[in-house]
Structures are given as structure tokens and as C-alpha cells.
Design a binder for this molecule. Structure first.
Ligand SMILES: Nc1nc2c(ncn2[C@@H]2O[C@H](COP(=O)(O)OP(=O)(O)OP(=O)(O)O)[C@@H](O)[C@H]2O)c(=O)[nH]1
Ligand SMILES: [Mg+2]
Length: 411
């Protein structure tokens, strides 16, 4: 069964940026990933979609044909897609078959010695249909995931007809937690969406890197918001807010409702931060029950022997390379596992809210170390290639009879 993420969220919450970042990230991890654009308004997304709704219908088509406004036209496009599900199923099936038949070469991060390029090196990994990972970018109209049924039915059809296992990844801008009433609105939105889509669901506070730059303190620690702790603490803040004193009772009821369901919680995301991406990918993998093919075959193990130590042994055949990598974890992977210890809310708060400058410095030093690690491996790789090429050339010279020897051996 292929797996995938349906990326949803209000306008400007960072869906398309995340989909593009995720595509690059998963490609670097060696996963068979495809992106599907279901947003007819995104005519030039930054990624190259394997399937795009605008091959079927564009927002302009709907506006022109039915004299609709932008919002109505968007809903029309999704309804049109729902009535043309055969098209979507066929396009997806074709894109996945193409990827199965044409696995791209192993990414440099997983094949730092360039083994695939060499004679006798392992071929690129063969992917099966159940390894496929498809990411769906959707429009920002929240009604598509709160009360309009087309998206829900499209998702259901993908599950039944192509056997997809899908999770909803719901992005909301982290800046909403700076204001109690906006935070409550976001909680309600998340709850409504979870109940509507009925998928494994991961809510995400996106653009967490901008919180520290907002020039405004959080009323509570970040984990209060991500774990949706006792909402009664919000009531005085809501009542203090000049816009809402008349709604004290309503606020209390809404908070009770959210707590009674007990479903909403948040992960965080800064799309350009590798650790943040990795943490989110791991959480979503867990929600999907997905074990990526690269983890069983290609990723370095979490063994702690140092890169410089493992460079000292011989590189005589490909198996020694495989074990070589298994004992030389990339620093980032080594630091980012296991899931439970990766970037918990306290670290995220320190990194993005309380001490962004110090963290920035710390990360620069870490990147420097990673750069040195990569440079060391690159030097080692070119040295080894030169030695192997020289050995091959010497072998060829030995096995080619020289003209004088050939003449001497002739009867
Ligand atoms: N600082 C920061 N900016 C981000 C992040 N993610 C997205 N952005 C910015 O947020 C803006 C909106 O991002 P998009 O990806 O277009 O948002 P969207 O949800 O696809 O928007 P619609 O398709 O219009 O609903 C862009 O300017 C992005 O560069 C992030 O993690 N950090
Ligand atoms: Mg978008």
C-alpha cells in the first residue's frame, strides 16, 4: 500500500513551502516520493508535480465558464475533480509505475562514495508500490477540510481504489498562539478538521522560527500550546481582551468542548531547519505506520564509532564499504535520533523563542563540523578512486600481451 500526506491548512500557512521542502528532504533520505498539486490556484508551484489538477481544470476555466468568484471557482474545481476521479487514479497509477520502473540513483548523502557509478557497485534500490510516498498539496480554503465534502471523498477514493494509507498534516501559522482568542480559534479549526476528515492527523504550528522575531512574549511556555494543557488558564486572558468580554460564557464552553474531545495537539515546524523537518517526518511516519525502505537498507546505523576512525580501514571490496557506512553515521542523523529525544518542546522554545541568537551560533558551529566531515569523506573518496583506477590500469597492462611476448609465444 502506498502512503502519503494530505497537506491542509488556512491560506498562507506554509503548505506549498512545506511540500517543496519535504520533497527535497525525503529525496535526500532516499525515499520514493511524488508530489501531487491539488491547488488549481497554484499554477507555478516551486516543485515539479507528478500530477497537477490544472491539467484537468484551472481556476480560470471555472471562473470563465460559470462566472464564479475565486472562492466559488475553487470549490467548483474540487467538485470537478471529485467527478473525474478516474483521471486522478489513472494519473497517480502511471506516476507511481514510472517511479517503480525508473528508480533514481541513490542520493549522494546515502552513497557518499559514489558506489553506484562504479563497476560492480550495487544498483539503485528497487522500489515497490508499497514504498511509494505521495504528498498532496491542497488549496487554503479551510471549508474544504471543515465542511465541504469533496476533499474527503477524493481522499476516501484514493484509499479504496489505490490502497493509499494517508495522514492529514494540518498546518497553522504559529503566530496565532501569541493571542489567546486566535489560539482558541485555531484549536476549534483543528478539532473540526480532525472530525471531518477522519484520517490519522498531525496538527503543526508552522513558521515557528518567526515566533522569536515577533517582539512579543508568549503568555505560557510553548509546551502549554503544543500539548493543549488546561485551557481554563486562557479564560482570564480572553476576558481581558477588549474584543471578547461579552463572550465569557461562550469562551468557557468552547474551551470545555475542546478539552472534552482531548484530540488536539501540535507539532512544530521551521521548514528550513533539518532537525525540525526530521522530527515531523518521524511523527508522521509513526501516524502512518510507515517504515521507509531507506531505513532498512541504506541509512547509516546509529552506531557511534567516529568517522575518522572508520576511515582508517581498507576499502578492498563493496561489502567493506557497506559496513564502513554502517559505522560512520552522518552527524545529523546521529544527533536527531531517537524520536523521543529529538527536539522536544523545551528545546524548540529555547531555539526559536528564548535564545535564537545563541542557537544560531551553536548551529553554525555544528554546520562547520558537518562541513569538515563531508570534506574529509570527499577527500577520502577521491583518493580511493585514484588508487582503484591505478590498480585497474595495472591489471589491464598485465593481462595485455606485449608485441614481443606475443611474437615469442607464436609457434
Ligand atoms: N519564516 C518562515 N516562513 C515560511 C515558512 N513556511 C512558509 N513560509 C513563508 O510563508 C509564506 C506562505 O507560504 P506558502 O507555502 O505559499 O503558503 P500556502 O499555505 O501554500 O498558501 P496558499 O496556497 O495560498 O494557501 C511564504 O512567503 C513562505 O516563504 C517557515 O517555516 N518559516
Ligand atoms: Mg499553496
Amino acid at each position: 500500500m502506498p502512503v502519503g500526506q494530505v497537506v491542509i491548512g488556512p491560506p498562507g500557512s506554509g503548505k506549498t513551502t512545506y511540500v517543496w521542502g519535504l520533497y527535497q528532504f525525503l529525496t535526500a533520505l532516499g525515499r520514493p516520493v511524488l508530489v501531487v498539486n491539488l491547488d488549481p490556484a497554484a499554477n507555478q508551484p516551486p516543485y515539479e508535480p507528478a500530477v497537477s489538477i490544472d491539467s484537468l481544470i484551472s481556476l480560470g476555466d471555472a471562473v470563465d465558464a460559470h462566472h464564479l468568484g475565486p472562492n466559488g471557482a475553487m470549490l467548483y474545481c474540487l467538485e470537478y475533480l471529485e467527478h473525474n476521479l478516474d483521471w486522478l487514479v489513472e494519473q497517480l497509477d502511471r506516476a507511481m509505475s514510472h517511479l517503480e520502473a525508473n528508480p533514481p540513483s541513490r542520493p549522494a548523502a546515502l552513497d557518499p562514495d559514489g558506489l553506484e557509478e562504479e563497476d560492480g557497485g550495487p544498483p539503485p534500490p528497487k522500489w515497490r508500490r508499497e514504498d511509494m510516498y505521495v504528498v498532496f498539496d491542497t488549496p487554503g480554503q479551510v471549508e474544504l477540510s471543515t465542511n465541504h465534502d469533496s476533499l474527503k471523498r477524493i481522499v476516501a477514493a484514493l484509499q479504496t481504489r489505490l490502497g493509499f494509507r494517508l495522514a492529514a498534516v494540518h498546518l497553522v501559522d504559529a503566530s496565532h498562539i501569541l493571542d489567546a482568542s486566535r489560539y482558541v480559534a485555531v484549536l476549534l479549526l483543528a478539532l473540526r478538521t480532525m472530525l471531518q476528515l477522519e484520517l490519522p492527523h498531525v496538527n503543526v504550528l508552522s513558521k515557528i522560527d518567526l515566533l522569536g522575531q515577533a517582539g512579543q512574549d508568549l503568555d505560557f511556555n510553548l509546551d502549554y500550546y503544543t500539548e493543549v494543557q488546561d485551557l481554563s488558564y486562557l479564560l482570564p486572558l480572553l476576558e481581558r481582551d477588549q474584543r471578547t468580554p461579552r463572550f465569557a460564557e461562550l469562551n468557557r464552553t468552547v474551551c470545555d468542548l475542546i478539552e472534552e474531545f482531548g484530540l488536539v495537539g501540535f507539532e512544530t515546524l521551521a521548514v528550513e531547519d533539518k532537525d525540525s523537518m526530521l522530527r515531523l517526518v518521524q511523527v508522521i511516519d509513526q501516524a502512518l505506520g510507515y517504515v521507509p525502505p531507506s531505513l532498512t537498507t541504506a541509512l547509516p546505523s546509529s552506531s557511534s564509532s567516529s568517522a575518522s576512525h572508520s576511515h582508517s580501514h581498507s576499502h578492498s571490496h563493496s561489502h567493506s564499504h557497506a559496513s564502513h557506512h554502517a559505522h560512520a553515521p552522518h552527524p545529523t542523523f546521529a544527533q536527531s535520533q531517537p524520536l523521543s529525544s529529538a527536539l522536544h518542546a523545551g528545546t524548540i522554545q529555547e531555539k526559536w523563542v528564548d535564545h535564537p541568537t545563541e542557537w544560531d551560533q551553536f548551529e553554525k558551529e555544528r554546520w562547520k563540523a558537518e562541513g569538515e566531515w563531508a570534506a574529509e569523506r570527499a577527500t577520502e573518496q577521491s583518493r580511493r578512486r585514484a588508487v582503484e583506477q591505478a590498480a585497474k590500469a595495472a591489471e589491464r597492462t598485465d593481462s595485455t600481451p606485449t608485441p614481443t611476448m606475443a611474437a615469442a609465444e607464436a609457434p
